[in-house]
Design a protein around this ligand. Structure first.
Ligand code: ADP
Ligand code: ZN
Length: 615
C-alpha cells in the first residue's frame, strides 16, 4: 500500500515538473495581450505610440507607451523591419522603438526533442516503477515464509497475565504448575534425568480460557510467549506453512526458555488421509514440520509448545505420540463455583450495587463458558452506562444473561395482539409443566418479548450442575418441551409454527434417549449407530447404521412413544390446572416478563387441595 502511494506521488511530481518546464516555453503571458492586426501596429508605429517590440519567433509582443500589451503573428519569412518597410514606415520611426529579438533556437529544439522523447521517457518511467514493484514482491516473498507469531515478552509486558486472572480451572492449573517449574528451573529436572515435556494439549470448548491459561503459564514463568493460530500457517502455496513453522521454532529457540502457543491445532492436525479427494499436501507438510521440530528438540531446549483444540478426537494420532503432545489438560465448562469466581474476576474493575449476588447470576448461567461470562459482565456495564447509572445492578446482570444467551430484545418488533396471546399461552404452558413436574427444574423467568429468533422464552435451570441425569429428568424435560404445543392446541384448537423448534428439540432428545443412553424399555441396554465425521468441504456428520432395517423401525417407534408419553403428561398437567394457566397468561400479557418470585406467587395464592390436584 505504501509503495503504491509513493509511486503515485513520484509520478505526479514528474508530471507537474514536465508541465512546468513546458509552460516556460509556452510564451504564456502573465498579462492579457490583445491580438492586433498588422495595420494597427503600423499606424501605432507611425503615431509613435509603441515603446518596444519583442520578437519571439513569429510572434511580436508589443508594449505601447500607455502600458497596453499587444501581440501579433507575422509570416515566418519576413523580419520585423522588412515588414514595417513594406508598409512604408519611415526608418527613423522604427529606430525609436526598442526592438529585441529573443533567440527561439534552444526553446524550439527542446520543444521538438521533448515531443519526440516524452513517450520514451514515460515508458521508461513506467518500466522503472514496475521493476521496483516486482522487487518489492520479491522482498515480500522473502518474509512470506516467516511465521507471523505474535510475541509477548513477559518481563516488559505491563499487563502480564498470571494464574490470578484465571478463575476456577483448579485441576488444569495444577497440571500446568509442573510446566511452569520446568521453565523456571530446568536444571533441577535435567540433573535427575527427567525429560522436559515438549507438547501439552489444552482441550476444551471455545471460550473456556485455553488461550488465557497458556498466557498465564508464560506469565507465571516469566517466559516469552509466542502465540499463533494454526490456520495462519496455511497459505495458498505448498511449503509456506512448513517454512513458517521452521521460522517460528527457530525464533523461539533463540529466546528459550519460552512458550509457543498454537491455537486451533485441529486446523492442521487432523488425521491424515481422512479428507475425501484432493491432496492435503500443505496441511500435511505443515503438520510434518511441527512433528520434526518437536522430535528435533535437544533435551536441553527449553521450549514448550501448548496447543489448544476443542476436537481432540479428530487429531492425528502421530501428534499425540510420546515425546510430542503427550500431555493433555482438559478444561471443562465452568461449574457453578467456578462461574462465581470468573464473574468475580471480571467484576474487579466494575462497581457493583450493594444487592448484587454473583452467585445468583452464576445459578442462572449453566453451560456458559468463561468468555460468555466475561461478555455478560461487559454487557451489564454497557447497559448500566447507557442508563446513566453509577453501579451495576442485579437486574442489569440478569438482563445481560438473556442478551448473551438469546441475542438482543426486539422490542420494536411489532407483534399483533393475537400473536402476543398465542405466545403467552405457549410460554405459560412450558412454565406450568416445568413448575408442576417434580423432576423438572424450577422456572426462573418467563418472557413474551421476542429476542433473536424466539418469540418468547421460558428459562428454567437447575440450581446445581449435575454430572449425571436420570431418565425421569429426561422425560420431564420432554414434557416441558411439549408444554407450549399442548397449551396452544388446548386453547386455540390450532397449532402454530412457533412450536416447531420445541418439537425438533424434543425429537432429538427422544432419539438420544433411545440410541445413545439405552433408556428404552423395549430396545434394551445398547447404543445404536456410530457417528463419524467426514472431513469434506468443512464439517459433515454422517451416521453409520450398525443395526438392521427392522431395528430402525423399532427405534422410530420408541422415539414416537417417548414423545407421546411426554405429550400425555403435559396434557394432563395443563388440562388439570387451567385456571393457573389463565392466571399466568393474564400476568404475562400485563407485564410481558415474569421473574421467579412473581411467577411463584401465582401458585402461593392457591389452597393446598388445588395445588396438589395440579401435580
Ligand atoms: P479459548 O482460547 O478457550 O477459546 P480464551 O482464553 O480466548 O478462550 O477466553 C476468552 C476470554 O474469556 C478470556 O479473555 C477471558 O476474559 C474469559 N475467560 C475464559 N475463561 C476464564 C477464566 N477461567 N477466568 C477468567 N476469565 C476467563
Ligand atoms: Zn416453546
Amino acid at each position: 500500500m505504501k509503495t503504491i502511494i509513493k509511486n503515485i506521488l513520484v509520478f505526479s511530481f514528474v508530471v507537474v515538473a514536465i508541465a512546468a518546464f513546458f509552460s516556460l516555453y509556452q510564451h504564456a503571458p502573465l498579462q492579457k495581450e490583445e491580438k492586433v492586426r498588422i495595420d494597427t501596429l503600423v499606424s501605432s508605429v507611425v503615431k509613435e505610440e509603441v515603446k518596444s517590440i519583442e520578437v519571439r519567433g513569429d510572434s511580436l509582443h508589443i508594449e505601447r507607451n500607455d502600458g497596453k500589451k499587444q501581440v501579433l503573428h507575422k509570416e515566418p519569412q519576413e523580419s520585423l523591419t522588412e515588414l514595417l518597410r513594406h508598409y512604408n514606415v519611415e526608418p527613423q520611426k522604427i529606430s525609436k522603438i526598442a526592438i529585441t529579438v529573443k533567440d527561439q533556437g534552444t526553446a524550439f529544439w527542446v520543444n521538438t526533442l521533448l515531443t519526440i522523447l516524452l513517450p520514451f521517457l514515460l515508458l521508461g518511467f513506467l518500466i522503472f516503477i514496475m521493476a521496483r514493484q516486482i522487487q518489492g514482491a520479491n522482498n515480500r516473498a522473502l518474509t512470506f515464509g516467516m511465521s507471523r507469531a505474535r510475541q509477548i515478552d513477559q518481563k516488559t509486558a505491563k499487563d502480564r497475565v498470571t494464574f490470578k486472572d484465571v478463575a476456577g480451572a483448579v485441576e488444569a492449573k495444577e497440571e500446568l504448575q509442573e510446566i511452569i517449574e520446568f521453565l523456571k528451573d530446568p536444571k533441577k529436572f535435567l540433573s535427575l534425568g527427567a525429560k522436559i515435556p515438549k507438547g501439552v494439549l489444552l482441550v476444551g470448548a471455545p471460550g473456556t480460557g485455553k488461550t488465557l491459561l497458556a498466557k498465564a503459564v508464560a506469565g507465571e514463568a516469566e517466559a516469552p510467549f509466542f502465540s499463533v493460530s494454526a490456520s495462519e500457517f496455511i497459505e495458498m502455496f505448498v511449503g509456506v506453512g512448513a517454512s513458517r513453522v521452521r521460522d517460528l521454532f527457530a525464533r523461539a529457540k533463540k529466546q528459550s526458555p519460552c512458550i509457543i502457543f498454537i491455537d486451533e491445532i485441529d486446523a492442521i492436525g487432523r488425521q491424515r488421509g481422512a479428507g475425501l479427494g484432493g491432496s492435503h499436501d500443505e496441511r500435511e507438510q505443515t503438520l510434518n514440520q511441527i512433528l520434526v521440530e518437536l522430535d528435533g528438540f535437544e533435551p536441553t531446549t527449553n521450549v514448550i509448545v501448548l496447543a489448544a483444540t476443542n476436537r481432540p478426537d479428530v487429531l492425528d494420532p502421530a501428534l499425540l505420540r510420546p515425546g510430542r503432545f503427550d500431555r493433555r489438560v482438559i478444561i471443562d465448562l465452568p461449574r457453578i463455583e467456578d462461574r462465581v469466581a470468573i464473574l468475580e474476576v471480571h467484576a474487579r474493575n466494575k462497581p457493583l450495587a450493594q444487592d448484587v449476588s454473583l452467585r445468583k447470576v452464576a445459578e442462572r448461567t449453566p453451560g456458559f463458558s468463561g468468555a460468555d461470562l466475561a461478555n455478560l459482565m461487559n454487557e451489564a456495564a454497557i447497559l448500566t452506562a447507557r442508563k446513566n447509572a453509577k453501579e451495576i445492578s442485579l437486574d442489569a446482570l440478569f438482563a445481560s444473561i438473556e442478551k448473551v444467551m438469546l441475542g438482543p430484545e426486539r422490542k420494536s418488533h411489532i407483534v399483533s395482539d393475537k400473536e402476543k396471546k398465542i405466545t403467552a399461552y405457549h410460554e405459560a404452558g412450558h412454565a406450568l409443566v416445568s413448575h408442576t413436574l417434580p423432576d423438572a427444574p424450577p422456572v426462573q423467568k418467563i418472557s413474551i418479548i421476542s429476542r433473536g429468533q424466539a418469540a418468547g422464552y421460558t428459562m428454567n435451570v437447575p440450581a446445581e450442575d449435575r454430572q449425571f441425569r436420570t431418565k425421569s429428568e429426561f422425560t420431564a424435560e420432554l414434557a416441558v418441551l411439549l408444554g407450549g404445543y399442548v397449551s396452544e392446541r388446548l386453547i386455540f384448537n390450532e397449532i402454530t409454527t412457533g412450536a416447531s423448534n420445541d418439537l425438533k428439540k424434543a425429537t432429538h432428545l427422544a432419539k438420544r434417549l433411545v440410541t445413545d443412553y439405552g433408556m428404552s424399555e423395549h430396545l434394551g441396554q445398547r447404543t445404536f449407530g456410530t457417528r463419524e465425521e467426514l472431513i469434506f468441504l468443512g464439517r459433515e456428520i454422517t451416521e453409520q447404521r450398525d443395526y438392521s432395517e427392522k431395528t430402525a423401525e423399532r427405534i422410530d417407534e420408541e422415539v414416537t412413544n417417548f414423545i407421546k408419553g411426554a405429550y400425555a403428561t403435559a396434557q394432563k398437567v395443563i388440562a388439570g390446572s387451567r385456571e393457573k394457566l389463565e392466571a399466568i397468561v393474564q400476568l404475562l400479557l400485563e407485564k410481558e416478563t415474569l421473574e421467579r418470585e412473581e411467577f411463584e406467587a401465582i401458585f402461593a395464592s392457591t389452597t393446598p387441595e388445588q395445588a396438589s390436584s395440579a401435580s
